[in-house]
Write a protein of this length. Structure first.
Length: 281
């Protein structure tokens, strides 16, 4: 068995627990309740990330990512990405908030995969007026490659290879950084209204949430030409000393506390319907 690693970043996050489900759209809200930019070394970054696996409809090995990278100058760069075999097949990086990581809210959506071409959308609430009026600025990106996927997946599945079981967590959300950035209580990153769209009921839904570290963050897999199983992880490294600070249904406030959350810690114990704020119109 061979592990294919996305890249050498640190990652801590959560996943939806439940049987594998197909969907055409996923979304995650995020913001930075606390972030002292001077703790971020020059040339490095930290931020919230949304990830989902794709299929044809069989699981394909592709996964799709929307990342918000906060930097030392206070700016935020949006990075929609498509990954396969440990490298990016598509990436588009665009600066969206020069000197203003403290915007009220951001919502990342990944959608429109039925024709094999993924689409990415970012809702940006820069002010409380934008929030009160539900009037975000919207940025979009369309992938420049066709993966031939026709669906996304959420939930879990166990793959058995040569008598060993490997659990895939097809939908994940959390915090990623290229180095261990942190002083105790110097940053909080919140992820919330994590959801997938159920086209049968025309509703956004969420499942039970559990924690996951980079070293366990299997998000997808494929078999190579010789029949060996390759597993793709986010990270692959754990983000030490990061824990949940506050949680509620479908919401986690991640914080550098000095203690590490670990794997499979319950984040919330319910599942249900949750319409993301940009669609509450």
């Amino acid at each position: 068995m061979t592990i294919s690693v996305v890249h050498s970043n640190l990652y801590v996050g959560g996943y939806f627990k439940g049987n594998r489900l197909a969907t055409g759209r996923v979304i995650m809200g995020a913001n930075f309740p606390v972030l002292f930019p001077d703790i971020i070394p020059s040339g490095h970054y930290i931020g919230p990330v949304l990830m989902v696996a794709g299929g044809k409809p069989a699981v394909s090995g592709y996964h799709y990512q929307s990342f918000l990278a906060a930097k030392r100058d206070g700016s935020v760069t949006w990075c929609p990405q498509i990954w396969y075999d440990g490298h990016t097949d598509y990436e588009w990086a665009v600066g969206i908030a020069a000197g203003r990581y403290d915007y009220i809210a951001w919502y990342s959506e990944i959608y429109g995969i039925s024709d094999g071409v993924a689409n990415f959308k970012l809702f940006i609430y820069a002010t409380y007026t934008d929030w009160r009026n539900n009037a975000p600025a919207v940025r979009t990106a369309t992938a420049e490659i066709n993966t031939h996927d026709t669906t996304f997946y959420v939930g879990n599945e166990v793959i058995t290879f040569k008598g060993i079981n490997y659990r895939m967590n097809y939908f994940q959300f959390g915090v990623e950084a290229d180095i261990a950035i942190g002083q105790v209580d110097k940053w909080d990153i919140q992820t919330y209204e994590n959801a997938y769209y159920d086209s049968a009921t025309s509703q956004w839904k969420y499942l039970l949430g559990y924690s996951i570290e980079g070293s366990k963050s299997n998000i997808t897999y494929y078999y190579n030409a010789t029949g060996w199983l390759w597993i793709v992880r986010i990270g692959p490294d754990d983000y030490p000393k990061v824990n949940r600070y506050l949680t509620s249904d479908d919401t986690v406030r991640w914080r550098y506390t000095g203690t590490t959350i670990g794997n499979d810690v319950l984040l919330w114990s319910s599942s249900g319907v949750r319409c993301p704020y940009p669609y509450q119109k």
